[in-house]
Design a protein around this ligand. Structure first.
Ligand SMILES: Nc1nc2c(ncn2[C@@H]2O[C@H](COP(=O)(O)OP(=O)(O)OP(=O)(O)O)[C@@H](O)[C@H]2O)c(=O)[nH]1
Ligand SMILES: [Zn+2]
Length: 208
């Protein structure tokens, strides 16, 4: 059922065929949800809430209007021949699950073996952020990050691990707090060589 969606990472969005609704339509939808929850959208405390929620959505889902691979296009080649593993750990992210539109809080860890040069370390956080600020499953988010890096950077291999808490499991439904979900996605030497996966996982567990 949760088949990993093959998104073209460079695509800004799998947009609705009818186009983006207007801001007024978005605000009207929030009014409807407030009334559905059981409150009066016209009372003083709530009158500006539809405007605020639409504005918050602009930010929380800004990833639909960004090109995820653009940050990776600036490559530094003068690295004295460095070709070993680069691992960026603990990239905090907030996403939203596509089933309940509730927050997912997590950390991403990204490793790669450079081939044609290296990229600025902050760029991995930018990629995570762009994909995270879309409606997601954790599996698809993991796969999209690897696919974007593989398609844009010359590497011998890319590895991604995400650890996240899904508030849709904590706040509602089964109401289990503190559950974390771990996903991994491997490309290149990490996919082909179990020893490389072990090295990546070992460095993740290593001294902090
Ligand atoms: N595989 C996967 N599942 C997710 C993710 N985020 C949320 N879910 C799950 O999506 C499922 C949706 O299940 P449904 O039975 O369609 O919806 P539901 O009745 O709201 O499910 P409950 O949460 O069990 O109450 C739930 O089991 C969630 O835990 C994710 O990133 N990956
Ligand atoms: Zn959910």
């Amino acid at each position: 059922m949760y088949e990993v969606v093959k998104l073209k990472p460079a695509a800004t969005a799998p947009a609705h065929p009818a186009g983006r609704p207007s801001r007024e339509q978005a605000e009207a939808a929030v009014r409807t949800l407030i009334a559905w929850a059981g409150d009066d959208p016209d009372r003083e405390g709530l009158i500006d809430t539809p405007r605020r929620v639409a504005k918050a959505y602009e930010e929380l889902f800004g990833g639909y209007r960004e090109d995820a691979v653009k940050p990776l296009k600036r490559v530094f080649r003068e690295v004295s021949g460095y070709k070993d593993l680069v691992l960026v750990r603990d990239i905090a992210f907030v996403s939203h699950c596509e089933h309940h539109i509730l927050p997912v809080f997590g950390k991403a860890h990204i490793g790669y073996y450079p081939k044609g040069g290296v990229v600025g370390l902050s760029k991995f956080a930018r990629i995570v952020d762009t994909f995270a600020r879309r409606l997601q499953t954790q599996e698809a988010l993991s796969a999209q990050i690897v696919e974007a890096i593989e398609e844009t950077l010359e590497t011998r291999g890319v590895a991604v691990m995400l650890e996240a808490e899904h508030t849709c499991m904590a706040m509602r439904g089964v109401r289990k707090h503190g559950t974390s979900t771990v996903t991994t996605q491997f490309g290149g030497v990490f996919r082909d060589d179990p020893d490389q996966q072990t090295r990546f996982l070992g460095l993740l567990r290593g001294a902090r």
